[in-house]
Design a protein around this ligand. Structure first.
Ligand SMILES: Cc1ncc(COP(=O)(O)OP(=O)(O)O)c(N)n1
Ligand SMILES: Cc1ncsc1CCOP(=O)(O)O
Length: 530
């Protein structure tokens, strides 16, 4: 028996208890269907059986008009009585094989999964789809399982590789975070969600048509285009060194032309020199930390840098990142000293779960801690030893895991989008003798990301179709540009006669950053693609 093919992309899970006062269930449902809901689940937790059956029948009658299938939560008897297209079963509900034996053979069966192991069991039991989560916190239901974030969803999706079992994420999804959820949950193997399940953003809405339409538009934009990274080389042609050098120069020109606002939440050791480095490159720094101002600020900034060297403003970092994602601007995350304490490790995981970083930047010790690798150790904010045996493979893998650009700093710097890897061999030993040179690299990367994204926005037609990108502009090239700006300016500064040591080097570095041209970058950049 062939199974019914569902469009899982915008899966409405109902809940009459959430309707705003004076909103009628069937009217709200019809508005939601008009707005683009593709699948409906009847989820009734408190009503009597007769009432649930009545609601389920009326739901089916309405959904049939829109050719949208109906799934019943938990209740096999209701599904049988009204001829549902499917049922959804939780971990403590009837086992899938027993439900399968009771229901007509073409009935679709979904199962709630909170861990990769749950997914393995659901596959072996013969589930047709899995509802994976909780992806975020939610007010709609007391969820027993901890929030897994998009990355946790990606781990569950990877278990589905090679099967035709579909997957939707659930919990806390709304039109402002749906793109992050879809983008960030793609597994390192490229397995993506088939859709998202939403309750309150539609059911509690005064305008369910508008709420569903906003979700539907964002979801369609994401699925319209092939799966991409934050770089552009893969979709067009493979990167070439000369092309990167030219592109880096044009981003520097964009920084000077647009002078984007670079919002930085950074540590109090480097705040002043990072602001000066931003100014020197031609952009405009704003070092704001209060959570209350993030919504406003993120509308006008070009990029955000989150550097948690002195980690005092976690709420500000969370809010800044969420809002920067909503406004589809780049976020550079510099988890300074992340391996040093459990608090830092947990904070970094919390931030990486709450928002999608565009660039993840760190030294070997920091990135090893993020990757849970014991290959490189750290002491405080410094990395110990020789670094990774195979840095190219390390950055490529980490970039795939985190769906972002990874910058590994050291004597040699490595940048990857999960496919291409660039080895950068500029710099000077004096960089290691001043405090905060790594933090300045983060600032320069954020500044180049701001330049690239601002230029991409300026180049887009006002009526251009949404391409579902979380950030526009080539962030792989921007990250390379930021690293080169600091390392090349350092080479020029260190060669100056007036530079006698680290004390005279820092102001000279700022001076040379200010004088740096596209031509300097192109002629001095030592880039190899590996
Ligand atoms: C699509 C989807 N995913 C998960 C759930 C949760 O179902 P369950 O675990 O049975 O919990 P309750 O719905 O009974 O609270 C769902 N309903 N739909
Ligand atoms: C039914 C269910 N199962 C896990 S979370 C959840 C509710 C999600 O609701 P919302 O979309 O309003 O966060």
């Amino acid at each position: 028996m062939t199974k019914k093919e569902f469009d899982y992309s915008l899966y409405l899970v109902t809940g009459r208890d959430l309707l705003p006062p004076a909103k009628d269930y069937l009217e709200s449902l019809e508005e939601a269907l008009k707005g683009g809901v593709t699948l409906v689940q009847v989820r009734e937790k408190t009503a009597d059986t007769g009432e649930i059956l009545d609601v389920a029948r009326k739901t089916k009658e309405l959904c049939d008009k829109y050719d949208v299938p109906v799934i019943i939560d938990d209740r096999i008897d209701i599904a049988l009585a009204m001829g549902a297209d499917g049922v959804h079963l939780g971990q403590t509900d009837m086992p899938v094989p027993i439900a399968r034996a009771l229901l007509p053979p073409d009935t679709v069966i979904g199962k709630t999964c909170n861990t990769p192991e749950h997914v393995r069991v659901a596959i072996s039991e013969g589930a047709d789809y899995v509802g994976v989560g909780p992806v975020r916190g939610t007010q709609t239901k007391k969820v027993k399982h901890p929030v897994v974030g998009p990355r946790g969803i990606g781990e569950m999706l990877q278990v589905l590789d090679g099967t035709d079992v579909k997957a939707v994420a659930i919990a806390g999804i709304n039109s402002t975070n749906v793109l992050h959820c879809l983008w960030g949950s793609v597994s390192p193997t490229g397995h993506q969600l088939d859709g998202v399940a939403v309750v309150s953003d539609i059911m509690a809405s005064q305008d369910p048509y508008a709420s569903s339409k906003r979700l539907s538009d964002a979801i369609k934009a994401f699925y319209r285009s092939p799966l991409r990274t934050f770089s552009q080389g893969l979709s067009t042609a493979p990167y070439k060194v000369e092309g990167i050098k030219t592109a880096v120069g044009s981003i520097l020109r964009s920084v000077k032309q647009f002078s984007p606002l670079v919002h930085q939440i950074t540590n109090n050791v480097v705040t002043n020199q990072s602001a000066n480095a931003t100014l020197a490159l031609g952009a405009s720094p704003i070092m704001a930390t209060a959570p209350e101002e993030m919504a406003d600020l993120s509308k006008v900034t070009g990029a955000l840098l989150v550097n948690f060297g002195t980690i005092q403003n976690l709420d500000g970092m969370l809010e800044a990142g969420r809002n920067t994602n909503i406004n589809r601007k780049p976020i550079v995350f510099d988890p300074v000293g992340v391996g040093a304490t459990a608090y830092r490790r947990e904070s970094a995981q919390g931030l990486l779960s709450a928002w999608q970083a565009t660039v993840l930047k760190g030294n070997a010790g920091e990135l090893a801690a993020i990757a849970n690798s014991s290959e490189v150790q750290a002491k405080g904010v410094d990395s110990l030893g020789q670094g990774f045996a195979d840095p190219a493979s390390f950055v490529r893998k980490l970039a795939r895991q985190h769906r972002c650009i990874v910058v590994l700093t050291g004597v040699t710097d490595w940048v990857s989008d999960g496919h291409a890897v660039a080895r950068l061999s500029n710099g000077h030993a004096l960089l290691g003798e001043i405090t905060g040179s790594g933090c300045m690299v983060g600032t320069a990367v954020a500044t180049f990301c701001a330049g690239a994204s601002t230029a991409a926005a300026a180049g887009r037609a006002a009526d251009a179709e949404d391409d579902g990108m979380l950030v526009r502009g080539d962030m792989f090239v921007a990250a390379i540009g930021g690293v080169l700006a600091i390392t090349i300016a350092a080479e020029i500064a260190a060669a100056r006669e007036d530079v006698k040591g680290s004390g005279t080097f820092l102001p000279a570095l700022i001076d040379e950053l200010g004088k740096l041209t596209a031509e300097d970058l192109a002629s001095r950049a030592n880039i190899a693609l590996v």
